[in-house]
Write a protein that binds this ligand. Structure first.
Ligand code: ADP
Ligand code: ADP
Ligand code: ZN
Length: 215
């Protein structure tokens, strides 16, 4: 099963991805995580991406499309994958369609987690991420059992440098202008599904599982 998770920053894509990969055993391809890993390793890609990420802007399409193209060459993606945070522009979506058709593959489902903007700002400002495994927590809505420590792996939790109010506002604006048009793009292809992201983490996952299993 080849799935795309779309949804604004803070909608819960990362949180839900953890449940999906555990239940359906498909690899998680999160372009934001790939850029952060490149930055941690101080590669040229990471340093280039940082300029855009800190400002809340999108990394240029050519750069993003290339890392996805490379990732899709890897064997583990053959029996399915979950894209999280890709594509984020119409150009990326078209490039993805081309890549997949060249490999005789296609997207099965697009799932958008819908959450209103005022809630997203609160989710982003209270988000904490595990340094070791990338799990996502929230100081108020989804706290770890021990403050500052990951429940899953014991790793240290940190606040992403782009989860400040200024950058979050720019990211939400970028979402509206550049990513939201993808809804119509995938509706036209008959692939689009939406879940109400204001529910509890468990209820959002139940809705997503119903969509996947109804496919
Ligand atoms: P969020 O969890 O807030 O949705 P991500 O971790 O997915 O954020 O992405 C963080 C940043 O990485 C984005 O603000 C953007 O700068 C960059 N990025 C991630 N995915 C893409 C993409 N598909 N196209 C361009 N830039 C991207
Ligand atoms: P995304 O990957 O879409 O940017 P995350 O999964 O990182 O989003 O979630 C953003 C923040 O919201 C995190 O702090 C997370 O713990 C919290 N969160 C995720 N899902 C829910 C939910 N259903 N209700 C309340 N908070 C949530
Ligand atoms: Zn962890």
């Amino acid at each position: 099963m080849n799935i795309i998770f779309m949804g604004p920053p803070g909608a819960g894509k990362g949180t839900q991805s953890d449940f999906i990969i555990e239940k359906y055993h498909i690899p998680h391809i999160a372009t934001g995580d790939m850029f952060r890993a490149a930055l941690k390793n101080e590669t040229a890609l990471g340093l280039e991406a940082k300029k855009y990420m800190d400002a809340g802007k999108l990394v240029p399409d050519e750069v993003t499309i290339n890392i996805v193209k490379e990732r899709l060459q890897e064997d583990d993606t053959k029996d399915g994958f979950l894209f999280d945070g890709f594509p984020r522009t119409i150009a990326q979506a078209k490039a993805l369609d081309e890549m997949l058709s060249g490999m005789n593959r296609n997207i099965d489902l697009v799932i958008n987690i819908d959450v209103p903007f005022d809630t997203l700002l609160k989710r982003l400002s209270g988000r904490r991420i595990c340094k070791s495994c990338g799990a996502s927590y929230h100081v108020e809505f989804n706290p770890s059992k021990v403050e500052g420590v990951c429940d899953k792996c014991g790793g240290e939790l940190y606040t992403r440098s782009d989860d400040n109010e200024e950058s979050a506002r720019v990211r939400l604006e970028t979402y509206t202008n550049e990513t939201k048009p993808l809804i119509a793009y995938y509706q036209e292809k008959g692939l689009y599904h939406e879940v109400n992201g204001l529910q509890s983490v468990e209820d959002v996952f139940n809705d997503i599982a119903k969509i996947i299993e109804g496919k």
